[in-house]
Design a binder for this molecule. Structure first.
Ligand SMILES: [Fe+2]
Ligand SMILES: [Fe+2]
Length: 253
């Protein structure tokens, strides 16, 4: 499977895109998942996917209390009335991701973790600052997830897991566009030097995350046809697409 691209979302006008309508439609048109099949994963594959799937399962789920607080503030400040409802749908979708992975793990007796240091660092960082910081961390994790779910799909023969990955990719692609659009709304009337600095920070955060995540789950990434060089290249390409939306408010054609 090659890299999915943001333009595959086919959103051509972000200003007029109805996110609430999209989330509702998506929620009613999910791929069918048959959790009764329990013979697809070999012991070898189970061992391979366990550490990373546990990490992504915990990373996907969140109550989003702090996020909603900063979203409410931004919605009022910027007259972006739909934003609270949009982000409530977004949190709902992320919790569905977490639940789906949990259900899949249960089939093969993979126990979910309650805490993970890398996830904790992300959560602490997100809560330390305002909406922009939250969104930057979120969208970085989502761009990493695009490569991860592609690698996971490549690495397994399980049809159910491949279908889960397909659904994830469909949803996360839209999330990356949504967060990038928010970053555009935050930065559009701001000093250019600050915006340039924020983009530099985003690049640094991405480079560090790529390094840590790949080395932590390298067995899975290698099996899924993601050597370090390819993972880094794809992640930086996603970042470029996201920064393009942040800067110009449009998807690269
Ligand atoms: Fe997700
Ligand atoms: Fe997401």
């Amino acid at each position: 499977m090659d890299r999915v691209k943001l333009k595959e979302t086919k959103i051509d006008n972000l200003d007029e895109f109805n996110w609430i309508k999209y989330f509702k439609y998506n929620n009613e048109h999910l791929l069918k998942l048959n959790f009764d099949i329990n013979t697809e994963l070999s012991e070898e594959e189970k061992k391979l996917i366990t550490p990373s799937i546990k990490a992504f399962q915990i990373g996907e789920g969140s109550e989003g209390k702090h996020l909603i607080k900063v979203v409410e503030k931004f919605s009022v400040k910027s007259n972006y009335n739909d934003y609270i409802e949009i982000m409530k749908w977004f949190i709902k979708e992320e919790n569905r991701h977490s639940q789906t992975l949990k259900k899949y793990m249960e089939i093969y007796n993979i126990k979910p973790v309650k805490k993970l240091w890398i996830d904790n660092i992300f959560r602490i960082l997100r809560k330390m600052m305002g909406l922009e910081c939250e969104i930057i961390i979120l969208v970085t994790a989502e761009m990493i997830a695009l490569s991860y779910y592609t690698a996971l799909s490549n690495a397994t023969k399980s049809v159910l897991l491949k279908t889960i990955c397909k659904q994830m990719l469909n949803d996360e692609l839209k999330h990356v566009v949504l967060q990038s659009d928010t970053l555009h709304r935050i930065s559009k009337n701001r000093n250019k030097i600050i915006n340039k600095l924020v983009r530099k920070i985003r690049t640094i955060v991405m480079n560090i995350t790529v390094f840590v995540v790949w080395h932590k789950y390298k067995e899975l990434f290698i099996k899924g046809d993601y050597q370090y060089k390819k993972f880094k290249k794809h992640s930086l390409e996603y970042l470029k697409e996201s920064i393009n939306i942040e800067t110009f408010g449009i998807l690269e054609s």
